[in-house]
Write a protein that binds this ligand. Structure first.
Ligand code: FAD
Length: 401
């Protein structure tokens, strides 16, 4: 009898950790595992804001997938998935190749949600992938160079839309990174404007008052202009148009107002609820026994009405159980239901400050920033042990890009 074929689509947090878990769980020769990803690197999505401003070296954010997996146990395929034929159990890749599967995991992550606001898709910058974040960095340098030619102040105005965790992290990184970039490119830093726009009455509105106040204070101290309680109506190449006849002349709107599940999965005949793949308590796609989905492209209901938020924390907790359930399915054993345990959330505001909550403890300041580093290091440790942490951090200075 031929070995069952397990195919994993996407090597983000969910897909990569599932493949690493399968390496440990499967007996020798028990199944073939193929991991398919667009790029041959795994990027740390939770740190993409650093790539956007150049405050981290590329190799700290984008890690070579072949170096992270055991090639004797997992076959890696660098390819873009174009579709899946669920009936015939075939994955179609861009370029025409196909891969058959017996068990499939769909972990294709997220897309940026623009809410149909005119001009966002065309003109705003996205913190979506390593490439899109790298594009932010190159855009900043381009604006610096053009400013030297036309002295247009809108080229030195950087606007971040969205005062949630991602927006706050991007603002903190801009405040940290722009002084050095200005120096390197001979731009007067005092002419730089960093503007934050949030539709809700405050930034991180889902946090306790003290955390909100702390964050607002840090942003103000760092000369970030805050516009809250105001919606963005339009973005053009030269300006952002807001409610109440406010216009901010800028060539750089960084959009971090929300995400949705990867829409590529919509035409594959899967049960799609709220734009995501609906899964059962075992992380299997609803009414399917051999197709699983985890992370941002899936919808897991924590109770009758509410779904789990799209976070790395959720994807990372789902991945090991998903691997176990795939192995149990192959062995004909019973599957385990997924239970999510929220461990807290921490957002950096640059390198030296952070805000968040772990258990019942509110975190802020340097201690918060330290905890954020611990969380990131813990992930690297789980992925590749202490050697990966050392390799990632020793001898790294900010590389020219
Ligand atoms: P992803 O990590 O997005 O991985 C999807 C993978 O699929 C990618 O490798 C992609 O290249 C690949 N892919 C996509 N389409 C195709 C295709 N057609 N063919 C082949 N491959 C494809 N969460 C937290 O819990 N804590 C945080 O502090 C936090 N901070 C964040 C900061 C930022 C700036 C951002 C953007 C997000 C943050 N998040 C955070 C959310 C978190 O990053 C996501 O929830 C997490 O990445 C989801 O993991 P995933 O495996 O579902 O998808």
């Amino acid at each position: 009898m031929s070995k069952p074929k397990i195919v994993i689509l996407g090597a983000g947090y969910g897909g990569l950790i599932t493949s690493k878990s399968l390496e440990k769980l499967l007996k020798s020769g028990e199944a073939d595992v193929t991991l398919i990803n667009k790029h041959d690197y795994h990027y740390l999505t939770t740190q993409l804001h650093k790539t956007g401003v150049g405050t981290a070296a590329d190799r700290q954010i984008a890690l070579s997938i072949p170096e992270l997996i055991n090639s004797n146990k997992t076959q890696f395929l660098k390819a873009s998935v174009s579709s899946v034929d669920i009936k015939s159990q075939v994955v179609h890749l861009e370029g025409g190749d196909t891969v058959n599967y017996d068990y499939l995991l769909i972990a294709l992550g997220f897309e940026v949600e623009t809410f149909g606001i005119p001009g966002i898709k065309e003109n705003a910058l996205e913190i979506r992938s390593f490439r899109s974040s790298k594009a932010i960095y190159h855009h900043i340098i381009k604006q610096f160079n053009l400013y030297k030619e036309d002295q247009d102040p809108s080229r030195l105005t950087f606007v971040v839309a969205g005062g949630g965790f991602t927006g706050i992290e991007m603002l903190g990184e801009l405040a940290d990174g722009l002084p050095k970039l200005c120096k390197e490119h001979d731009i007067p830093f005092e002419k730089i404007r960093i503007v934050a726009i949030e539709a809700a009455p405050s930034v991180i509105p889902f946090f306790p008052k003290q955390s909100i106040q702390y964050t607002m204070n840090v942003l103000e101290k760092r000369n970030i202009e805050l516009i809250t309680g105001t919606k963005i109506l339009e973005c053009t190449p030269e300006k952002v148009v807001l409610e109440n006849n406010i216009e901010v002349p800028t060539r750089s709107l960084i959009w971090s107002c929300g995400v949705k599940g990867n829409t590529i999965v919509h035409k594959w005949g899967l049960p799609i609820v709220k734009g995501k793949i609906a899964v059962d308590s075992y992380l299997r796609v609803k009414n399917m026994n051999n197709v699983f989905s985890i992370g941002d492209c899936s919808l897991f209901l924590k109770d009758e009405k509410n779904a789990l938020a799209p976070t790395a924390q959720v994807a990372l907790q789902q991945a090991p159980l998903c691997a176990k359930n795939i192995v149990s399915s192959i062995r004909g054993e019973s599957l385990k239901a997924f239970e999510y345990h929220h461990k807290g959330s921490v957002a950096s505001i640059g390198l030296m400050a952070a805000v968040g909550k772990v258990g019942n403890f509110r975190l802020s300041g340097l201690f918060g920033a330290f905890m954020k580093q611990v969380i990131e290091a813990r992930y690297l440790f789980n992925l590749g042990g202490p050697s990966l942490i050392i390799k990632q951090h020793v001898g790294v200075s900010r590389e020219p890009v």
